[in-house]
Design a protein around this ligand. Structure first.
Ligand code: NAI
Length: 328
């Protein structure tokens, strides 16, 4: 793991790019936390949203992050000063890196990038945090589609170290190298990937989750499946993970990747059982905390659960390698 981390850090050394100012468009769950993280890491940040409440919530979450990480009041103050609300998007013309993290809507994103191509500095990195829309669709109407790169963070931003740097065949290699260096500069681990549904992480995660759902509907209790995964070394079991991510998001992600998802999961979504956020999914969440059913210890369950779920993940990884999503 140490060598793999060093390898990822090495990707960031591909350019001499020195980003100083980041502009984030969309201050939601992701954009807000990306902006806060960049300010924590010493960059000047402007954060834009059409919704003032989203910006206010971002500043609140950022203040908590700065306090927790920096502790000393003058450092907290300095980080807060680096994070500037920017409802009019004035930061666009000055930023070295612009990260779009608005809602997952093609037309809205295309509009933002048309504006960015016109207004941003000619050498600014123009990035999208999209999880599902292909880069070539977002950049389709631009004069220079090669300028757009994916910088795909994971939720929660402050805890997840891996960031996928997404390129399609049009993407300018210089832009990819700059984006990768930027990711290293904010102390994350960049992984270059090819633009393809699910990129690497969500692509290999999906069959693992779907297999877990199959096992669940075969009659194995959730806690037994989760334990097989945590015994293997996962931080959280797949059943609880699906509830945490949201079953609606899981279904949408599976469908966008063309992965076959169990009808029973789709039915749960239709019934409003979305997981933690709706109070019930595979488990229940009476006070926001998971309640798992008790498992009868005298009952025998199949012993191949971790094999079934982990092998799906390994198998998909091999497919990603074959398809050149990652180089090795
Ligand atoms: P969200 O719904 O929490 O936030 C979107 C924000 O964009 C909202 O505050 C909204 O007011 C703002 N917005 C919408 N149109 C805008 C415009 N034209 N100009 C300025 N602001 C605008 O969404 P979330 O979950 O943060 O997702 C954002 C992006 O990040 C999506 O592309 C999603 O695919 C991607 N993503 C989401 C992850 C997640 O776990 N939620 C993980 C990785 C990527």
């Amino acid at each position: 793991v140490f060598f793999l981390r060093e390898r990822l850090k090495g990707f960031a050394k591909g350019s001499s790019f020195v980003p100083k100012h980041v502009h984030v468009i969309g201050a939601g769950v992701m954009g807000g936390d990306i902006a806060a993280w960049c300010a924590l890491m010493g960059l000047n940040v402007t954060v834009q949203d059409q919704n003032l409440n989203a910006i206010a919530a971002t500043l609140q979450r950022a203040a908590q992050l700065f306090k927790k990480r920096l502790k000393l009041p003058f450092l907290v103050q300095a980080a807060s000063d680096r994070l500037v609300p920017d409802t009019d998007g004035l930061g666009v013309i000055k930023a070295d890196v612009i990260i779009e993290a608005i809602i997952e809507n093609v037309e809205a994103k295309q509009k933002i990038f048309a504006m960015l191509e016109e207004k941003a500095k000619p050498d600014a990195v123009l990035a999208t945090n999209t999880s599902t829309i292909p880069l070539e669709v977002i950049s389709k109407n631009l004069n220079n589609p090669g300028r757009v790169v994916g910088i795909h963070f994971f939720n929660p931003v402050a805890l997840m170290q891996l960031v996928e740097v997404v390129a399609d065949p049009h993407t300018d290699p210089k832009v990819v190298a700059q984006a990768t260096t930027f990711v290293g500069k904010i102390d994350k681990l960049p992984l270059p990937v090819k633009s393809s549904p699910g990129f690497l992480v969500n692509r290999v995660l999906m069959p693992y989750l779907l297999e877990s759902a199959e096992i669940y509907f075969e009659g194995v209790p959730g806690p037994v499946i989760d334990k097989a995964a945590t015994d293997f070394g996962m931080l959280m079991g797949p059943i609880e993970l699906m509830d945490t991510v949201g079953l609606d998001i899981c279904v949408a992600a599976a469908q966008s990747m063309g992965a076959p998802i169990s009808e029973q999961v789709v039915a749960m979504v239709h019934a409003g059982k979305l997981g933690k956020k709706s109070g019930a999914g595979f488990y229940t969440y009476p006070h926001g905390k998971v309640v798992k059913p008790k498992v009868d210890p005298s009952k025998k369950y199949p012993e191949d659960i971790s094999d079934r779920i982990i092998m799906r993940l390994v198998n998909e990884s091999a497919a990603c390698l074959r398809e050149g999503i990652v180089t090795d």
